[in-house]
Ligand binder design. Structure first.
Ligand code: PNS
Length: 163
């Protein structure tokens, strides 16, 4: 049986932390579906199509990936795609409570889908899309946390929004 995992997230934008998790996860699963939540209620920096494009480009060298956009319940999406697992990265202690809640709720909703956590690489322990956006908004350098093309697009987007 093929081992399939969904790696869900907002990816607004993708960071080296996300890439690290998918890279390592790709050695454990036959296929990873990188799935962006399309949540119109959540204000995002990039439209979902731009996030998808950046994800595809940043992960183009990782084998056995597919990319998608989903809405609704994650476990329903996982079931629809034939995935047995949800892959999540766990950073510093602050992630724990939220991730624990999410995993327990998902298990309650569907016991057939397991959440698998990979510990974020040491280098990316404090990297998050939100902190990157805040730094970039005020002109901070984020070049060691996101791929060069993402860095350029974040800068361009803020410039555009300020006009
Ligand atoms: O990158 P994020 O914002 O931490 O990802 C959160 C995500 C997309 C994994 C989570 O919000 C999610 O799965 N949303 C879909 C709705 C759902 O199934 N929620 C969990 C059970 S209520």
């Amino acid at each position: 049986m093929q081992k399939i995992a969904v790696y869900p997230g907002s990816f607004d934008p993708v960071t080296y932390g996300h890439i690290d998790i998918v890279q390592r996860g790709s050695r454990l699963f036959d296929t990873i579906i990188v799935a962006i939540l399309n949540n119109p209620a959540k204000k995002s920096l990039f439209p979902v199509e731009d996030r998808l494009e950046m994800l595809r480009d940043s992960m183009k060298d990782i084998p056995n990936l597919s990319f998608d956009i989903f809405n609704g319940l994650l476990v329903d999406y996982a079931k629809k795609r034939g995935a047995q697992a949800i892959l999540r990265g766990m950073r510093a202690v602050s992630d724990f409570e939220y991730e624990f809640q999410l995993a327990l709720m998902n298990r309650k909703l569907n016991r057939d889908v397991e959440t698998v956590f990979l510990m974020t690489g040491m280098r990316w322990f404090f990297t998050s899309s939100s902190i990157i956006k805040e730094a970039a908004l005020f002109g901070g350098d984020i070049s060691d946390m996101v791929p060069p093309k993402v860095n350029e697009r974040v800068k361009a987007r803020f410039k555009q929004l300020k006009q």
